[in-house]
Design a protein around this ligand. Sequence first.
Ligand code: AMP
Length: 707
Amino acid sequence: MAHHIQDSTYAASISDPEAFWSHQASQLHWHKPPSSALRKTNKTFKAKDGTNISHPHWTWFPDGEISTSYNCLDRHVHAGNGEVVAIVWDSPVTGSKEEWTYSQVLREVEILAGVLREEGVRKGDVVLVYMPMIPATIFVLLACARLGAIHAVVFGGFSAPALAQRIDASKPRAIMTASCGIDGAKPPMGYRSFIEGALAKSTHQPYRTIIWQRDQLRWDPVRKETGERNWQRLVKSARNRGLKADCVPVKSNDGLYIIYTRTTGLPKGVLREAAGHAVGLNLSIKYLFGIHGPGDVMFCASDLGWVVGHSYIAYAPLLAGATTVLFEGKPVGTPDAGTFWRVIEENKVNTLFTAPTALRAIRRDDGENDFFSKRGKAGGLKSLRALFLAGERSEPSIVTMYQQLLKDYCAPGAVVVDNWWSSESGSPITGIALSATAGKQYQSSARAGHLAIKPGSAGKAMPGFDVRVVDDSGKEVQRGSMGNIVLGVPLAPSGMTTLWQDEERFYKSYLKRFEGKWIDTGDAGMIDEEGYVSIMSRADDIINVAAHRFSTGKFDSPLRAIEQAITSHHDVAEACVVGIPDDLKGHLPFAFVTLSTPDHPEAAVPDDKLFKEVQQAVRSQIGAIASLGGMIQGKGMIPKTRSGKTLRRVLRELIENAVHGDFAKEVQVPSTIEDADVVAVARTRIKEYFERKGKDLHRATEQRAKL
Ligand code: AMP
């Protein structure tokens, strides 16, 4: 059987990384081309306890020099593509829409880089970016890259303490911010109190805080004496004076940006290197996402504060010379669940990239997909070739539902692609490559077209990512068996090589567990006979029922599987299941649900009929072992991160505390939370539930036994 081209391309990337990545590197402009693609070495550092630790290390494109800003902008303008639209800003929350060509973006970035330099930012300095989803945010990323400065984006709207931690960790020379963010249909949220609150707490103080004034809510007054400056004024003055900055090339392994991740405890600053990032993203946007250049339109409905936004709103589409849609809005409520489809139609989007949670929110508001099919029937969605999903696992039901919608209304052969990755990897580790042309010289006899998708799986490994499944001792398990998903050394070029100024933490977080042999991803899952990878949730999401590590036998997270059974009930819009301590069984699954009925009941305790029906659905779809220990209903009670992951841990902590009769105890709320008020709502609901049900769980167990 002929190998599929995705398989042969992958094999080439692993067996001969030098040839594979040298070819990919040659697609970009280098101020100084690297003499080789990869150098593997060992790195030794002195740990805090004084011991010397040595671990495998690798260097991509050693001795090369590159400018990401040049590759994203100047290169396309010089090639005669200056009039191609680089950025479409679509902001339903402000009622604005703007288009920026490559020439225009280049002009803005040159001037802004000039401003930053004049305000004291030099090559190697860190610039902290705390911004909403507006074009100026992309300009500032590229302006930093232009100067060889390192940006550290923190989600606009992060709390003051979280921001203070990141200020102290990254020690920025300047903070780039805006007067306000606009989060969905809520009133504008002033950023001033967050910035000032953070600076009051942080030891490090930036030299400048530069503020983009938005008309919706201004930052007033701008206090020069504390280093604050008005962004637009600085730019205006620079423009009048003809001030600009040209590209400052950096070494391949210099940092382009820091991104903070997994934020329980101190933030972990993943460092992205300049050259590997550019080469890796330039490949992935074409090969995986099918976005090749002028005329192609990418709509990544993420946030610039998340790695997905860094890569596929900002850098990758611009590296390709394509058009990127920057969307300031929400999947629902701005103004309705049809917004994404409007954006696709108006901008002739070819690839949409979002999180499954966005589609779940849309399904909640538009259960029959009326918005999609209405536009689809009128022929408005024909441009769409692919729907990419990442951030958490996409359940098969959502994949097949959208696969059918795409088949009915979008481009011929349009496909839904679940792809798995992380802040550390910088680009997808697995997926289904839409267009194999980027690797075609490796296997001319290979079959064309993309691989078939398998709903529930996140596709196959991407070039350069050596994905393996191992047991706890680091030994590879058989195909089809569950285990820890690890990556071989080196990571593909887009991947991290260290944590910002913290080699020891890098080693401890990723290499120590398997003694330098593998990089630990923290995810579990399996690889099937054909090489498709299925991701189960993090260890965090697994519960023990009656001493069995409870698994569904499918490659679902068991908790997600229970959630799916619950949401199969017509009246349930959303569910989050956590383990609750139980005297008899160790843990029982406990559900938090939001109903889809028009008037959501006020009571936290669901009526008996509903609970019984839901319990029946769980028992028949999964089995008696999964029977619920209880269920709380409420609106706006399930906390999520801004990138759309359900924060099960927060609900689990709240409910564990409640079991011990402690309803007020503080819980660790990660700074990535989308809306911290949700935690208070959950707390109130839990308290009401326990007051109604009695404080101990035997009642819940009894109730369970009765069913
Ligand atoms: P972050 O670093 O915030 O991007 O989070 C990365 C984590 O999100 C991964 O380690 C996974 O646990 C999860 N994740 C991302 N994409 C997927 C996916 N397609 N399927 C399952 N889990 C995913």
